[in-house]
Design a protein around this ligand. Sequence first.
Ligand code: RIB
Ligand code: CA
Length: 310
Amino acid sequence: MTTPIILDCDPGHDDVFAIWLAAGDPAIELRAITTVGGNGRLEHTTLNARIACTVAGIEGVPIAAGAAGPLAGELHPADWIHGDNALGGPVLPEPTVPLDERDAITFMRDVIEASAEPITIVATGPLTNVAVLLRDHAELAPRIARIVWMGGSTTRGNVTPYAEFNAWTDPEAIKIALDSGVDFTMVGLNISHQALITREVRDRLSAIGTPLSAFGVELLEFFCSTYERAERMPDGPLHDPITVALLADPAVATTVRTRIDVELDGTETRGATSTDLIDILGREHNATVALDLDVDRFWGLIERSLRALG
Ligand code: RIB
Ligand code: CA
């Protein structure tokens, strides 16, 4: 029994590992990849998605480009973490994987309409594409099994004290997703900061001994170096693949039903994902949130996917 997914992403170092896990894990059927402006400008995140598939030999998964920026305001790429091309570190090869000529929204609609069963949307960047799909094609909501999103936080932020980068980039998109009624799961910084890329993890992945694992570890070395400089975290957190891991092996993390509201107007708090874990406000639960990660189980899934891709 596999879970069919569309992966909407902004590669980005950790997005690349989410692509590899989605393609390499037997429990996931990666139907399509869509890209969004986030970690980098759209031309970079789209090129990087094609490169991620090229280096891993992932063929036959169509890729389409989506929104260049958020629903409101300007895009501020996270170049302080991911570099100017959004995939700093290794020398990047020319991609051999083509780009679909459709825009991501048309493409997502076509994939969902063509599917015999509901599709899960995994989003690991700003939710702009997902929000536009839900806003402009609301009739598709019943055919979306769930949205699993890396973003937000039940605690503090990473781009402002209260806002996580994906949420901060497009908070209006979060509100559209939460209000859509589609089953919504948030994988926030509160859990992603448990997926630390320690030296032991890097050595474990290096020991796989393939060109792909070597390329992946080069990405991780760069990502850890910028995290140390920007956030004083020498072992950077590998945020995005936790979304895919949760689908592939639900026992990899604990989750609870809760209430999430997103701040749109706060001078200091815009983009905060206010998560009412103890029901202080007594509002109707509208989301699932991931809390505790089985760290070794998670890295086992990452390692297995890299070995599977060869
Ligand atoms: O805050 C972490 C998130 O922002 C991750 O998805 C990372 O790739 C960036 O997009
Ligand atoms: Ca991302």
